[in-house]
Design a protein around this ligand. Structure first.
Ligand code: ADP
Length: 465
């Protein structure tokens, strides 16, 4: 039951309300009680003052025990107040006058003479507030005790407590029922959303939650959920395209392998040259398969964040010269001039083998897509964010409308042309882009036209990871 938000909300709400009401009831009760006591004490002092003024006025002209008795009787007669008892004591603690016709049994008070000025006492099962005031008449030390009954006050406070005892549970009951329905009503859109969300799966990832009010919290929640669906949908699409492209790319070399093997096996007698030729075709296609599978493996691990960078300190200028040296033979065989220029020492902290792979990819593309007699120049210099490597060629260039797509996976400007030249599957630049990003840098096609292309790679001097 407590797993329901509605019930939990109601319990919290009722609990907090109960605490507030109980606190309010207790504080009201105690404040009123204090107030009553204070008012009673100050009125006791006033009444006693007035009583003693009468006694003193009456005993002014006469003296003797009779005169004192008469004066006390007059004062008692003049101060007949409901719920108030006057008792006069002599110096031995004996009662010499009392306003009660039937004298109260005061034995339980533990010695009247010992009574303190203001105290709550119990006499004959009744609570009284006592006030004691010493006074002298004709040199006699006397005491006036004023007892004010607390009966009415107690009755009022008891009624108040009784009212609280009924009103608080009733209020809590009403509030919890109201609170439950309110919570139910406010959470209805969430229930509806969850029902809608349950219907959305891989087959209808384009469906969205309906939004009634996009400005309130629930509308915002639905909006965020829809945005999440949008992102999932896009990545699902991308994943599907990736899988389709990957299988398409893998199918061609596999078909060639099968075809070539079948041809070789179908003829019972073949010359060693023919076998050699078949094997070399098989080897070249197997190499192509290996490149594609390795590329896919790298990208999959990169996507999953599982490709660790092995960072070390080295010189970028040396790495660039090494890459240029590695490709010089290939470029020379194609009749392309390959030059490198990295003037000064460029220390860097990065993954050397990944940077080598990225530079070779971009440089290899430049050589591959530059016709005989062309030129390729790789250079590196400082720039404000670190280093900037530029690879410039005098090749055929990339059509302007395709500039934004060349870093996509499996994208090739001209698929037929690329395959015929025995090039990659269109993964090289995607892997290069990931390597640059993994180092906190980026790669961009700065310019490409009929005069050639210019790729720029920006790298920080130290990898952030
Ligand atoms: P591939 O392995 O096919 O070269 P890449 O991802 O490295 O794949 O490159 C994607 C496509 O971008 C290539 O197929 C090619 O069409 C185009 N391309 C890349 N570099 C150049 C360049 N320097 N000149 C012209 N086209 C290029």
């Amino acid at each position: 039951m407590f797993s329901s938000v509605r019930v939990r909300l109601t319990c919290w709400y009722t609990g907090v309300l109960a605490c507030v009401l109980v606190l309010l009831a207790f504080s009201t009760y105690f404040v009123l009680r204090e107030n009553f006591s204070r008012r009673m004490d100050s009125s006791a002092a006033e009444i006693a003052g007035s009583f003693l003024a009468t006694v003193s006025a009456e005993t002014k002209d006469e003296s003797g025990p009779k005169a004192l008795q008469d004066a006390l009787a007059t004062a008692i007669a003049e101060h007949r107040l409901a719920d108030t008892t006057f008792i006069a004591l002599d110096s031995h603690g004996q009662v010499i006058a009392s306003s009660e016709d039937h004298p109260l049994n005061l034995n339980g008070l533990g010695g009247l003479a010992a009574l303190q000025s203001l105290r709550t006492v119990r006499v004959e099962n009744h609570s009284y507030r006592s006030y004691v005031k010493p006074f002298t008449v004709d040199g006699q030390e006397l005491k006036l005790i004023l007892l004010q009954s607390l009966h009415r006050q107690h009755e009022f406070l008891e009624n108040l407590a009784g009212t609280f005892a009924i009103v608080i549970p009733l209020t809590l009951l009403l509030a919890s029922v109201g609170g439950y329905f309110l919570a139910r009503r406010s959470l209805l859109p969430v229930v509806a959303m969850s029902e809608q969300a349950k219907q959305i799966g891989a087959s209808n990832l384009r469906d969205r939650l309906s939004i009634k009010n996009s400005t309130d919290e629930l509308g915002q929640l639905a909006l965020s959920f829809n945005e999440l669906l949008q992102r999932l949908d896009a990545s699902f699409d991308q994943q599907q395209r990736f899988t389709a492209d990957a299988s398409h790319e893998l199918r061609t070399p596999v078909a060639i392998l099968f075809g070539e093997a079948d041809v070789a096996l179908s003829q019972s007698v073949r010359s060693p040259e023919e076998y050699r030729e078949s094997l070399s075709i098989l080897r070249s296609e197997a190499g192509r398969l290996k490149d594609i599978v390795e590329g896919l493996f790298t990208l999959t691990r990169a996507d999953a964040g599982q490709y660790p960078l092995t960072v070390s300190d080295f010189y970028l200028d040396e790495l660039i010269s090494e890459c240029a040296r590695n490709l010089r033979t290939l470029a020379a065989a194609k009749g392309v001039e390959l030059a490198s220029h990295a003037g000064k020492e460029l220390p860097i902290r990065a993954d050397e083998s990944l940077l080598r792979r990225m530079i070779l990819n971009v440089l290899d593309n430049a050589v591959k897509y530059t016709p005989r007699g062309g030129k390729v120049l790789i250079a590196c210099k400082d720039c404000d964010t670190g280093y900037c490597i530029t690879v410039r060629d005098t090749g055929e260039g990339i059509p302007a409308e395709l500039h934004s797509r060349i870093f996509e996976r499996f994208f090739r400007v001209d698929k037929v042309r690329s395959r015929n030249e025995g090039s990659g599957a269109g993964l090289g630049l995607s892997i290069s882009a990931w390597i640059a990003e993994a180092h906190g840098g980026r790669i961009e096609l700065s310019h490409s036209g009929q005069q050639g292309s210019l790729f720029s790679i920006f790298l920080p001097t130290a990898s952030p990871r």
